[in-house]
Design a protein around this ligand. Sequence first.
Ligand code: ADP
Ligand code: MG
Length: 292
Amino acid sequence: MSNVFIHAENLSYSYEEDGGKDKHPALQNFSVDIREGEYVAVLGHNGSGKSTFAKLLNLILEPTDGILTVGGVDLTDPDIEDAVLLEHRRRVGMVFQNPDNQLVATIVEQDVAFGPENLGVEREELRRRVDSALETVGMTQYAQHEPHRLSGGQKQRVAIAGVLAMMPKCVVFDESTAMLDPGGRREVLDTIRMLNREYGMTVLNITHYMNEAAEADRVIVINDGELLMDGTPDEVFSRREELREVGLEVPQCTELIHRLRREGISLEGDTVSTPEACAALLEAAYTKLSKS
Ligand code: ADP
Ligand code: MG
């Protein structure tokens, strides 16, 4: 088993402004361990604390209570040195929802160079990193293009390249596909999966698309700032009723399997969210149709 990369123990965070003391903390007694190289989807309805967790990981927010270590760095240490913090931010990259808010330069390759340049990476090394990052996300041919003319999916891939040029160990995607059309979403998801599978990067994908979550190795569900579920996509999505109670659906494939079984139609296997499950589903539907 690989090393634990993110260790959260009874982690809490409260926003001080406007709520006062009565306000429910945004994150409460939240405990989770995420290992190096894991691909984890994070689910939860709006306001459940997903982005708060993401911001804590990058120390955009400081924990109110509890333990949080990321890559061996104790993020609750009040005396954390600036150099350590900077190095930490480099190692945990963030990709946000709106691609337009993340692109800063007028030429794609300058945009990708922005982060490492600010870290003082030397010219030659910078060139190498920018080329390699663009290559990784499949955007080499757009190096000299203007970012604002790209499609949403392409913009997000440039944003991802900008993060990769910092050579992170972990990338957190906070609803990074939410503003994209289905094609753009697929491009970004394929990129996320490749970063995990081929580069061994630890990936957290915060999403409200259940089909996306089903592609991860592990799914965690946050509800009202607390950890509600943690398991494989199959384990989590087989808890359909409980998910519904907290305002979440299951993937379409899972839902269909559930409804067909309720109708007495038998389906191979017991997975409910994988490509195999979808294949079994298709087969059952086909058999049923050819009988009627
Ligand atoms: P999610 O990303 O799951 O939608 P958030 O982490 O953004 O949820 O929010 C969790 C809770 O914290 C919500 O109740 C939200 O209203 C509150 N919250 C988020 N950001 C702020 C803020 N800047 N100030 C005060 N409350 C906030
Ligand atoms: Mg959010």
